[in-house]
Ligand binder design. Structure first.
Ligand code: ADP
Ligand code: MG
Length: 620
């Protein structure tokens, strides 16, 4: 291999450019971040033809002097980092001085800039990183960067670009992600002449989230905040009833920088454990603020992955903030009936007094909370980029949530009493209207009137949740009952395998299985909570969740099994239920202790007076 030589600088720049500028969206991100670093209050991003033909970013930041504009495109030219000490605590988006060199190496760039207070501005025109012309010009204070014909001189890279639609969409998404991270900057994005989004830049995170995510998405979000050991978390997370089909709407920001982090994703998602439907993901916009020295942003070319020196602290801060937001959520989904039908309802059936009518006068009182279900400790997930040894697991004191009392084996069932006063809302605001138990309909739904709201409670779902919380709080095995006549049970081969593999867990739940020849078993004992007849179908369901729960940690696995047991042990829709029992269920829901069934379905919906009045056209 003869003749080693050093690559000419422009070739080296083109190679390095590949790291920073993968596609037009990376240019958008770098230019918008430069605008943020320049202290801009207003940034406009314009994209044409997928971003390959034309990209423009305009800001009203500090601008550049002609001297700076002349060297800004050189590799390692930066105003943001001066020495190695600076690298230990980076407070700006950029610091490597690479972006402008990389972008200009593979495109035609026009920079127009005027430093704050300067009499005039300067324009610099470059082609493939070489300055073609530079002259004084009149222009507003701030900077405008125009990037044309991206990758025109690197055909290999150009070949990898997707359609204009896809690349343009990615550009808008990149600008969006930046904008959502900076509520104090107003960002406007235009694509082929159409405005894609606009943020007001009034420094309020709620108006930033509202204007960018839109009204409908914002309505599904709840405020979330917390602080632990110098790590502040602020923002919004979705209600469990509004899980998304993927993680695209999980936005994490660390000191204003959009980051991806498997650990933070896990911290968030574990807070939703047993309240989200399977296959659904929470959405979030979370702003994490911590000292610049506690985070290393110099681990990834695009700086989207970061390394926290105290990873566990950040994980906990996010987890407990999310959990406390979810615990405080008391809102029940409101039903909006379809448009008033105008048709006169058909003659009502003969009035039948409801069996539970005697209870109609009773006022519900949610009693002092029985032992709260023990909140599971989150499983800390170390990120992929991490090189340092994992933080050894240690018990995590819950900070945000008050310490829950130790698990009570059998929490006392809520005692139903007939007190007048309904407990005050958490916020300590005016006392709420008392809740009145109205009765049950269709042997399925419990009706509770509370001021101007009618609660419809699914008795099965509510009971299932209560069972689940109670079982989850137990540490000892469930009570088991030996059957007088064992039940033969033959699930499929895969199911049988799953049951054999998880023998200990099955037994902890109170089942006892004797393996027979092939894939058959004899069920010798079942949890006392279950009817014998329900045992085979319960075991089938359990086997199913065990088979698909291969990736779950043991506690999540146990939860899956408990969900089946809780469901099977719960009263069913269509059953006759004693009014006393219904009252207990209603009480648990009204008090806010029970919100979602363990599978994530709501236990109650609300019909408001306003909605009814609309239906009857009392109001329009
Ligand atoms: P970095 O952001 O890592 O410093 P860049 O190549 O992105 O490197 O930018 C080089 C330098 O050019 C910056 O340090 C800054 O001084 C200047 N600069 C770039 N964009 C702007 C802008 N929009 N407004 C003012 N100065 C800018
Ligand atoms: Mg930069």
């Amino acid at each position: 291999m003869p003749d080693i030589h050093i690559l000419p600088p422009h070739l080296a720049d083109m190679i390095a450019a590949g790291e920073v500028v993968e596609r037009p969206a990376s240019v958008v991100k770098e230019l918008v971040e430069n605008a943020f670093d320049a202290g801009a209050k207003t940034v406009t991003v314009e994209v044409r033809g997928g971003g390959m033909t034309y990209l423009r970013v305009t800001d009203d930041g500090c601008g550049m002097t002609p001297e700076d504009a002349g060297i800004a495109f050189l590799r390692h030219a930066t105003s943001k980092l001066h020495d190695a000490r600076g690298l230990e605590a980076i407070g700006t988006m950029g610091f490597r001085g690479e972006a402008l060199a990389a972008i200009s190496a593979v495109s035609r760039v026009e920079l127009t800039t005027r430093a704050r207070g300067a009499a005039s501005g300067v324009r610099v025109v470059l082609e493939a990183g070489e300055i073609q012309s530079m002259y004084e010009t009149g222009c507003p204070e701030g900077t405008t960067m125009i990037v044309r014909d991206l990758f025109y001189n690197t055909p290999a890279r150009l070949k990898f670009m997707k359609s204009d639609r896809a690349e343009g969409g990615a550009c808008v998404a990149a600008a969006f992600r930046c904008a959502l991270g900076r509520p104090e900057v107003s960002v406007r994005c235009i694509r082929d002449g159409d405005e894609q989004f606009f943020s007001p830049g009034d420094s309020r995170i709620e108006s930033c989230v509202y204007s960018l995510l839109g009204r409908d998405a914002a309505k599904t979000l709840r405020a979330c905040s917390g602080e632990q050991d110098g790590v502040k978390v602020e923002g919004f997370i979705s209600s469990p009833g509004y899980g998304r089909g993927n993680r695209a709407q999980q936005y994490f920001y660390c000191n204003g920088r959009a980051i991806r982090s498997a650990a933070l994703q896990a911290a968030l998602e574990q807070a939703y454990r047993n309240t989200l439907l399977t296959g659904r993901f929470p959405a979030c916009v979370l702003y994490i603020t911590l000292s610049n020295a506690a985070v290393d942003v110099n681990v990834h070319p695009a700086k989207t992955e970061v390394k926290f020196t105290q990873e566990k602290t950040v994980f906990d801060a996010v987890h407990y903030a999310a959990r406390s937001a979810l615990e405080h959520e008391r809102e029940t989904a409101e039903v909006v009936l379809s448009r008033s039908t105008q048709k006169v309802a058909s003659a009502p059936a003969a009035y039948e007094p409801n069996a539970a009518a005697e209870n109609a006068r009773r006022t519900l009182k949610s009693t002092a909370a029985p032992a709260a279900p023990r909140a599971p400790e989150p499983v800390f997930v170390a990120p992929v980029v991490r090189e340092a040894p994992r933080t050894p697991a240690r018990p995590i004191p819950p900070r945000v949530t008050p310490a829950a009392p130790a698990a009570a084996p059998e929490p006392p069932a809520p005692v139903q009493t007939a007190l007048e006063q309904f407990p005050e809302h958490e916020s300590g605001a005016a006392p709420e209207a008392p809740a009145r138990f109205v009765g049950e309909i269709m042997n399925t739904y419990i009706l509770v009137e509370k001021g101007e709201r009618l609660l419809l409670i699914d008795k099965h779902a509510a009971h299932e949740r209560i069972n689940f919380d109670r079982l989850q709080a137990r540490s000892e095995p469930l009570m088991s009952q030996t059957l007088l006549t064992p039940i033969p049970f033959s699930p499929g081969g895969a199911a049988a395998e799953a049951l054999r593999e998880n023998k200990a867990l099955i037994e902890e739940m109170g089942f006892s299985l004797d393996p027979l020849a092939g894939d058959s078993f004899l069920i010798r004992a079942v949890p006392t909570l279950l009817n014998d007849a329900d045992a085979p179908s319960a075991l089938e369901e359990i086997a199913e969740s065990l088979r698909h729960g291969g990736k779950l940690d043991p506690r999540a696995m146990r939860d899956e099994v408990l969900k089946t047991v809780s469901c099977k042990a719960a009263i069913k829709a269509g059953w006759n239920t004693e009014p006393e029992e219904l009252l207990k269920l209603a009480d648990a829901v009204v008090s806010g202790k029970v919100k979602y069934c363990p599978h994530g379905r709501p236990v109650a919906v609300v019909l408001t007076r306003k909605e009814l009045d609309k239906q009857f056209m009392r109001i329009v």
